[in-house]
Ligand binder design. Structure first.
Ligand code: HEC
Ligand code: HEC
Ligand code: HEC
Ligand code: HEC
Length: 187
């Protein structure tokens, strides 16, 4: 191709058209992906692969399953990030699960979960530790400052003491609170 042709009036026009089409396709594609990503973020989606695991029953039985507040926390509320970019990145990591699902023998069985729970729990915990339990803090916004009157004294004291420390010495939610939705395995 003769690149100089691009600068001829007619060619210039077609390049602009191409660019415009490119932008339109990009924008439409972006929103389409967002839509699919959100559609894939319901409990049902998670349960397509985890259907034989006791995970959902555990959540329902936990304080996050409705109880007195009448709120059932969804899988993705805890396990997927809120920012669109982080969301995509984590999704791509979750997509590795697709490979695991196809290759791990007997993955979607309770036996597999029971046998591998400790390892899986620690992978999950790593994510919470890496972002200072951002998902927890997204809902629990008054743990450290402006604590509610109704919070237990002991909880207040523990939280206050933790907050007094330098940020890098602070513990994160899941350091002190394990098994808030699933039984945290002892071994
Ligand atoms: C395509 C099947 C599939 C889907 C859909 C799926 N998972 Fe998984 N998940 C897996 C597999 C397989 C593993 C084990 C991965 C491994 O160890 O290689 C796993 C492991 C996990 C773990 C523990 C390890 C980690 O990465 O933290 C969590 C937490 C998890 N899944 C949460 C979810 C949530 C939340 C959803 C819904 C947004 C979901 N999964 C949807 C297949 C799936
Ligand atoms: C979608 C919002 C949401 C998310 C995300 C969330 N929580 Fe909660 N959490 C709640 C609600 C609602 C309750 C119940 C409050 C009540 O009953 O008064 C609760 C209760 C709790 C309790 C009290 C349990 C008890 O025994 O009464 C702890 C501890 C807790 N959450 C820690 C966490 C941690 C740690 C995370 C992150 C792994 C987290 N939460 C993520 C909404 C959320
Ligand atoms: C240094 C340890 C520690 C850290 C870090 C910590 N907590 Fe707690 N938290 C406690 C203790 C101890 C209690 C009281 C015992 C209990 O109720 O389980 C408590 C209680 C709670 C309660 C119940 C309060 C009530 O009175 O009903 C919630 C909700 C909670 N924590 C959420 C969080 C969240 C979210 C984070 C992270 C932002 C966090 N905690 C960080 C130790 C900690
Ligand atoms: C309130 C937050 C919360 C909700 C809701 C939640 N999880 Fe978890 N999940 C955690 C935390 C925190 C861990 C890390 C281990 C622990 O502390 O129990 C975990 C661990 C896991 C693991 C690793 C194995 C294990 O049992 O520890 C899997 C798989 C998993 N979650 C899947 C799910 C699925 C599927 C749902 C929805 C049915 C869900 N989670 C709902 C917070 C949550």
């Amino acid at each position: 191709m003769n690149w100089r042709a691009l600068f001829k009036p007619s060619a210039k026009y077609s390049v602009i058209v191409l660019i415009v089409i490119g932008i339109v396709v990009g924008v439409v594609g972006y929103f389409a992906t967002q839509q699919t990503l959100h559609a894939t973020s319901t409990d049902e989606f998670c349960m397509t692969c985890h259907s034989n695991h006791s995970l959902k029953d555990e959540v329902l039985a936990s304080p996050h399953g409705g109880g007195s507040a009448g709120i059932t926390v969804q899988c993705q509320d805890c396990h997927l990030p809120h920012g669109p970019v982080d969301y995509l990145i984590k999704k791509i990591i979750v997509s590795k699960d697709l490979y695991g699902y196809l290759t791990i023998d007997g993955f979607n069985t309770q036996e597999w979960l029971d046998e591998n729970r400790k390892e899986q729990a620690d992978i999950a915990l790593k994510y919470f530790k890496a972002n200072d339990s951002a998902n927890c803090q997204h809902c629990h916004t008054r743990i450290y400052e402006n604590q509610p009157e109704t919070m237990k004294k002991m909880a207040k004291r523990m939280h206050e003491n933790n907050f007094k420390k330098a940020p890098e010495d602070r513990k994160t939610c899941v350091d002190c609170h394990k098994g808030v939705a699933h039984v945290y395995p002892k071994k």
